[in-house]
Design a protein around this ligand. Structure first.
Ligand SMILES: Cc1cc2nc3c(=O)[nH]c(=O)nc-3n(C[C@H](O)[C@H](O)[C@H](O)COP(=O)(O)OP(=O)(O)OC[C@H]3O[C@@H](n4cnc5c(N)ncnc54)[C@H](O)[C@@H]3O)c2cc1C
Ligand code: FES
Length: 260
């Protein structure tokens, strides 16, 4: 993990509220893996740009990282309004990564809303080594859906899009899609999910009834981002009843998380 000044190389609006941003990467920081994240803040170190966590969605030869940002509030908006050439302080790669599926298991990838970044990174890595992988992406409505972007990364893989109102793709949530379109294969499937908490809790309930493992990337509001402040803890079933999302995660075995 390193902190360095990064330059914005490209900024593309891919739907009403999502941007694809490419930042310079310092090769000395190592190569990020799917599930890991970076924090971004302004170089001046004072408001208006406080440090914020964003998952890595891809990287190019140790020289650039891609991030998919949903405009939610002040900081995500100001990053999405940046022009190429602008600079920020980046720290990363942070946190742990998704474990790769063991041989002869079929991965099923589920992403909701701002959770698409780490799932896209995992999708890219898995399709590169294993060929087509099943991935399902859910958004509120057609305006919010980065359909062209998802089609461009899909290649041969079966990428499915869901919207709550059916404006494009399947009508319903990614969990509705999972239940109705992807048959369970106990002992043969492994699921990966990132998205809003209710979506991941529902994915957990499906994984339990299907008797397949589920890895989740948790989102939590963060302060330090490096394990020092305990500002991002979640409740877990392990020996220690709490875990820090930034340091012990963000990827957890869903059975370790207390969902209620
Ligand atoms: C490990 C990790 C990876 C993330 N990866 C991405 C990513 O790839 N793309 C992306 O768009 N976002 C990602 N996020 C969420 C991102 O950090 C927040 O959207 C961002 O910090 C919001 O800052 P803001 O100033 O724009 O919004 P604020 O004004 O701070 O908040 C706007 C709204 O967003 C909510 N919010 C703020 N931070 C978070 C958070 N961390 N988790 C859930 N809700 C939050 C607030 O409660 C509020 O309702 C990630 C978060 C974590 C912890
Ligand atoms: S944000 Fe400080 S411990 Fe996680």
């Amino acid at each position: 993990m390193m902190q360095f000044t990064t330059r914005l190389l490209a900024n593309r609006k891919i739907s009403s509220d999502y941007h694809q941003l490419v930042f310079e990467w310092d090769g000395g920081a190592g190569t990020p893996r799917p599930g890991q994240f970076v924090t971004l803040r302004s170089e001046s170190g004072i408001d208006p740009l406080l440090k914020r966590p964003f998952a890595v969605a891809g990287h190019a030869g140790g020289q650039a990282v891609e991030i998919i940002i949903q405009i939610r509030g002040r900081v995500s908006r100001s990053i999405c309004e940046m022009k190429p050439g602008g600079t920020l302080l980046m720290t990363g790669p942070l946190g742990n990564a998704f474990p790769m599926p063991v041989e002869n298991t079929v991965p099923v990838l589920l992403a909701g809303g701002a959770g698409i970044g780490p799932i896209i990174f995992l999708y890219r890595e898995l399709t590169a080594v294993r060929g087509p992988v099943r991935a399902v992406f859910g958004f509120r409505n057609v305006e919010s859906t980065p359909a062209g972007f998802l089609e461009s990364i899909a290649g041969d893989g079966p990428v499915s899009i869901c919207t709550d109102n059916g404006g494009t793709g399947f009508r319903g949530t990614v969990i509705d899609y999972l239940r109705s379109r992807i048959p369970p294969e106990p002992g043969k499937q492994v699921m990966y999910a990132c998205g809003p908490l209710p979506m991941m809790a529902a994915a957990y309930s499906c994984s339990e009834s299907r008797k397949v493992p589920l890895w989740v990337s948790m989102e939590q509001v963060m302060a330090c981002g490096i394990g020092a402040c305990m500002g991002c803890v979640i409740r877990t079933n392990g020996k220690n009843p709490f875990a820090r999302v930034c340091k012990d995660g963000p990827v957890f075995n869903a059975q370790e998380v207390v969902w209620t």
